[in-house]
Design a protein. Structure first.
Lengths: 178, 193
């Protein structure tokens, strides 16, 4: 009698431990995965859910001409009048680990609405599923462009470098913080 | 008694530790597999305002509007088309040059375009003298022609071009940039977004 109840106790404790550990680990793992805004690609981390080839095709669909001279990065460009919209898509194992957008105005005009939309699209690409984070990044970018100063900022998992001091150009570099 | 307690503690500890490890591994694995990363499920959608293919062209302007209506009918210019230079800024596929009667090449109009309804650049050059009326008229009528698809803006564009013909100024009217230059004396019209 004593032996049987002893085993029931042990099994019950084991079952309880199994369920508690399982539930805890399950919730923790989900939380980690859901908070992750990078995904590994080869030796680096990349923007999740963005394939370099798909991104380049999408840009081509919006009038860009793209070439891949250095293997590591695609360079895309589109000319609207005196404005050149340029972007560089840095590739690792099919993913995108760095993005640069640049708007150059040959007549020296201010950054246009399309220019802002262009840079902010690249800026929020990693957070396109997260309206709150996207809004935060857009606000930051708008303020920095207004201030017309070179800035570097780390927002969540990404490092943003905005350069406005080059002649007639505004450039935004987006890469994963290390 | 001590023997019994020892007898239950050892298997209890063993079973609990094994259960914790097994539960942790299975639960963690299931959690990683079932949850999606925060970024990365939405397709690559472009929002409003992101430049698009059509933005590269002067809105509503066609080759026949410029060549037949303005250059030939109003000014008797004659135009000839050539393939575009691949290294021009606009990367236009075709290039056309229009000259006034008599082949006087002190005044000419260049059109950079991809197709008959895809005009990238209009540019008038005039070497007759910065203050010369013929130059001012050429620039002003070109601005007028470029804004024909936006009738309510025609007069504004024409007036601006007339007033600023002899300058290095630029303006944007109805998504169209008018840019004056002095060397060579010219006016360039391009889309701007």
């Amino acid at each position: 009698m004593a032996g049987r109840s002893r085993w029931i106790l042990i099994l019950a404790a084991g079952l309880a431990a199994f369920l508690a550990a399982g539930a805890g680990a399950y919730l923790y793992a989900r939380d980690v995965r859901a908070g992750q805004v990078t995904q590994s690609c080869g030796a680096r981390d990349c923007i999740p859910g963005v394939e370099a080839a798909a991104l380049v095709e999408a840009l081509k669909g919006r009038g860009h001409a793209c070439e891949n001279p250095s293997k590591g990065a695609w360079s895309c460009q589109m000319v609207v009048g005196s404005i050149a919209f340029q972007s560089w898509v840095h590739v690792s194992d099919g993913g995108v680990h760095r993005l640069t957008g640049k708007v150059f105005h040959a007549d020296g005009g201010p950054l246009t609405e399309a220019g802002r939309a262009y840079l902010s699209w690249f800026a929020v690409l990693p957070y396109r599923d997260d309206p709150a984070a996207a809004a935060q990044i857009r606000d930051w970018l708008t303020q920095m462009i207004e201030a017309d100063k070179d800035t570097k900022a780390t927002i969540l998992d990404y490092t943003y470098v905005l350069v406005t001091s080059k002649d007639d150009a505004v450039e935004l570099d987006v890469r994963i913080s290390t | 008694m001590p023997g019994r307690r020892k007898g239950i503690l050892l298997p209890l500890a063993g079973v609990v530790v094994a259960a914790l490890v097994l539960g942790g591994v299975l639960g963690g694995g299931a959690g990683l597999l079932t949850a999606e990363p925060r970024g990365g499920t939405a397709p690559l959608a472009f929002g409003d305002g992101f430049p698009d293919t059509g933005d590269q062209y002067l809105p509503g302007v066609t080759l026949s509007l410029i060549v037949d209506e303005w250059m030939k009918k109003a000014n008797s210019y004659t135009c000839a088309s050539k393939p575009g230079e691949p290294d021009t800024w606009s990367r236009a596929k075709r290039w056309m040059r229009c000259l006034p009667p008599g082949g006087d090449d002190n005044r000419y109009v260049e059109i950079e375009y991809d197709a008959a309804d895809q005009i990238r650049v209009l540019k008038a050059t005039c070497r007759l003298g910065t203050r010369e009326d013929a130059c001012t008229t050429l620039f002003a009528t070109m601005a007028d022609a470029a804004l024909v698809p936006q009738p309510e803006l025609r007069k504004r564009a024409m007036d601006w071009a007339g007033k600023n013909a002899a300058s290095e100024r630029g303006t944007v009217i109805g998504g169209v940039r008018l840019q004056a230059a002095l060397s060579p004396h010219s006016m360039r019209i391009t889309p701007e977004k």
